[in-house]
Design a binder for this molecule. Sequence first.
Ligand code: GUN
Length: 304
Amino acid sequence: MSRILDGAAVGRQIKSEVAARVADLRQRGIQPGLAAVLVGEHPASAVYVKNKVQACAELGIYSRRVDLPATITTPELLDQIRLLNGDEAIDGILVQLPLPQQVESRVILNAVDPQKDVDGFHPENVGRLCANSPGLRPCTPVGIMELLKRERIEVRGREAVVVGRSDIVGKPLALLLLHQSATVTICHSRTVDLPAVCRRADLLFAAMGKAGFVTADFVKPGAVLVDVGINRVTDAGQAEQFFGGTPRMEDFRAKGAILIGDVHPRAHSVASAYTPVPGGVGPLTIAMLMANTLQAAVARRGLN
Ligand code: GUN
């Protein structure tokens, strides 16, 4: 039987630790604050931002949601970022991605004060990650490392294969694994014989954003499978292909949609442990955003 890595439980644990530190700071008159910037009405982004604001409320962190029109220009959005950079009540600034086409995302992300960059996307923080020096790290990769640590999964000396080379997950995750002395391979859409490379992995990370793409033949028996994908399937045939004969097909029939990761559910039984979707990596991202906001609040005041 393979073990389920319960990201939701670990996320709750991290959030309760953050809440305790926030309560302590508030006793000293300090309240960490997060600004979440949402441009336009991207439905998934609206849900993510709502969840982030709700998590702040649960933990005693001040939050401010900044809703801006989809027609905004790069200079107009830059003005908003500069206001938040100078706002004493704000310790963390999160610009929800993707931004509309006419906005130059890189220009915007580079304008966020590195000390308030709770997503870890600013080049200064990317450089700090690369050099393994202290700084704010991207939430999803750092959440995955926290999950591995708390679940006592050894990283040092093991073969880690990361599928996906995004700036948000694949690249920073590979660096964090490297810093913990894993032997790291990054794969992508041009990798030759992807299943064979993945079968080398003791730790396999699926972060390419393709529903159920990692099948059983990608997985070395006993490997640990971490699934970063969140894909919404609305096609009955596709749902049947992934979940046919399982109780989750009932969920699909009731709701007309179902979430699936980048790992095919039938690959799970080959692994020694795996993260489910939903309830695996997702809850860790929000928990680490809260932890990063706390870290930024403490560092900005020179506390510790
Ligand atoms: N969109 C998808 N993932 C993320 C993330 O981690 N941070 C931000 N800001 N936007 C995202």
